[in-house]
Ligand binder design. Structure first.
Ligand SMILES: Cc1ncc(COP(=O)(O)O)c(C=O)c1O
Length: 394
C-alpha cells in the first residue's frame, strides 16, 4: 500500500498533515547539538504544528507581529521567539514589544526601537539583521532589501552604540533557503561565524546570540535531488561551534521551515471533470491555484527558471498520485477550476487513467502551501486543514 493511499477518504480539497513525519524531521534537527532551532512560522502557521514544535522545545522565527502572537499562543516562550522582517512599523514593534527578541532590519527600525524605549524609560535588547559582504556561495554580495549592509554598519557602528535605550544583543544573517549541499552551507556558516566575531569586536560588546538563518533544503524530486547530508553538517557545525566558543559565549541559532514541515503535509483534491481538446486531455480539479499555488507558479515560471524562494523552488515541486486503482495510463494536464487558463498544476504528466470523482494527492505541501496560496480568488470554499495526530487515524 502506498503511504499516501490512506488519505482517499478525506474531504477534498484539503491539506493533510501527519504528526509522525513532523516528529521525524524535528528529531533530526534536534541532533544539531548546541544549535537552537527556530521554526519559521511563515512556512506554515497551522496551530497543531506550532504546538507540536513548542512542546519539543523549538523556538520561533516570526516574520510579523501576528506570528509572534501565534507562537506565544502555541506555547513558545517569548525568550525563544525572534521577530525579524523588513519594513517593521512603530505599531509592529509596539505590538511585539516585550513578547520576543526584536531584530532590526534597518537603521530606521533601530531608531524606532530607541524612540520607544526612551519614551518608556527602559533599555531594549535588539538584534541586527546584517547584509554581509559575501553571498551564500562565498562570492561578493550584491544588493539586498534585507538587513543593514555591512559597510553601513562599519560607518554607523558608533551611532548604533550611542543610540539611547538600545543594547545590541545579537545578529541575524539569512542568505539562502533550500540548499542541498551540506558542504556549501557549512562554508557559509563559517563565514557568518567569522563575521559575528568581528561584529563583537567592532561593538566592543559581547553578543548573546548569532542567528545563522535557514538553508537546509529537502529533496522535492528524488530523480533530480540528493538529500542534504545532515550527519556531515552536524559534525562540521560541532567543530566550528567549539572553535567559535573559544572566543565568545554567543549561542548559535538556526531557522528552519520546509525541512521541518514540507514533507509532513500533502494536498488532496478531486477531479470534477475530464475533457479533451485538440488532442490534449485535461483533468479539471477543485481548488488548483486557489488551493495549492506553488505547482502553478512552477508552471508559470518554467523549468529553466532560477529559484525565487519560496515561490519557485523547483520545476517539479510536488509528486502527484492518483488515489484510485485504475487500468491503463494517459498523459494529461491537471488544471484548476478558476476562470483563467493559467490555473495549471501540472502539464503532460502520465498517470493511471482517472475517472471523474477520483482524488489526486500532491506531496511536499506542508510548507508554503496553504499560507502561500490565493485562497480567496473566485470565492470557492476554502480547503480544510486536517491534522493526523496518529498515522492510523484515517
Ligand atoms: C529569513 C528567513 N528565515 C527562514 C526562512 C525559511 O526557509 P526554509 O523554509 O527554506 O527553511 C526564510 C524563507 O524564505 C527566510 O526568509
Amino acid at each position: 500500500m502506498h503511504p499516501f493511499s490512506q488519505y482517499s477518504s478525506l474531504p477534498p480539497p484539503c491539506y493533510v498533515y501527519r504528526k509522525s513525519i513532523l516528529l521525524r524531521q524535528a528529531e533530526q534537527l534536534r541532533q544539531l547539538k548546541d544549535i537552537g532551532i527556530l521554526y519559521s512560522v511563515k512556512t506554515n502557521p497551522f496551530p497543531p504544528i506550532l504546538r507540536t514544535l513548542a512542546e519539543m522545545g523549538f523556538g520561533a522565527d516570526a516574520a510579523s507581529a501576528a506570528e509572534v502572537t501565534r507562537s506565544i499562543e502555541a506555547g513558545i516562550p517569548p525568550e525563544r521567539i525572534y521577530y525579524s522582517a523588513p519594513g517593521k512599523t512603530k505599531d509592529d514593534l509596539l505590538a511585539a514589544w516585550g513578547q520576543c527578541h526584536l531584530i532590526a532590519d534597518s537603521l530606521h527600525e533601530l531608531s524606532l526601537c530607541s524612540e520607544i524605549s526612551v519614551q518608556r524609560k527602559e533599555t531594549v535588547s535588539v538584534g541586527l539583521r546584517l547584509h554581509p559582504p559575501f553571498s551564500h556561495n562565498g562570492k561578493e554580495a550584491g544588493p539586498s532589501k534585507f538587513g543593514i549592509e555591512w559597510t553601513q554598519f562599519l560607518e554607523q557602528k558608533d551611532y548604533i552604540r550611542r543610540l539611547p535605550g538600545i543594547s545590541v544583543e545579537g545578529i541575524h544573517i539569512h542568505l539562502r533557503s533550500q540548499m542541498l549541499d551540506a558542504q556549501k552551507l557549512a562554508a557559509l556558516e563559517e563565514n557568518i561565524l567569522r563575521l559575528a566575531l568581528r561584529t563583537e569586536e567592532l561593538l566592543s560588546h559581547p553578543l548573546s546570540y548569532v542567528n545563522l538563518g535557514s538553508g537546509i533544503g529537502i529533496p522535492y524530486d528524488d530523480t533530480l535531488d540528493t538529500a542534504f547530508d545532515l550527519a556531515f553538517f552536524r559534525k562540521k557545525m560541532e567543530e566550528m561551534a567549539d572553535r567559535f566558543h573559544k572566543s565568545t559565549k554567543a549561542r548559535l541559532l538556526m531557522e528552519s521551515g520546509r525541512f521541518l514541515v514540507g514533507e509532513c503535509g500533502a494536498y488532496l483534491t478531486e477531479i470534477t471533470d475530464i475533457k479533451t481538446s485538440c488532442g490534449k486531455t485535461y483533468y479539471i480539479v477543485k481548488n488548483g491555484a486557489n488551493g495549492f499555488f506553488r505547482p502553478v507558479l512552477s508552471q508559470l515560471l518554467g523549468k529553466e527558471h532560477a529559484p525565487a524562494e519560496p515561490f519557485y523552488t523547483h520545476a517539479s515541486p510536488s509528486q502527484i498520485l492518483l488515489l484510485a486503482e485504475r487500468e491503463g495510463w494517459e498523459t494529461v494536464d491537471i488544471v484548476g477550476h478558476l476562470c483563467t487558463a493559467q490555473d495549471v498544476l501540472a502539464s503532460d504528466v502520465t498517470l493511471p487513467k482517472a475517472r471523474i470523482g477520483d482524488r489526486l494527492l500532491f506531496s511536499h505541501a506542508g510548507s508554503y502551501g496553504y499560507s502561500l496560496s490565493p485562497l480567496l480568488f473566485s470565492s470557492h470554499p476554502l480547503p480544510e486543514q486536517i491534522w493526523l495526530e496518529e498515522d492510523a487515524e484515517v
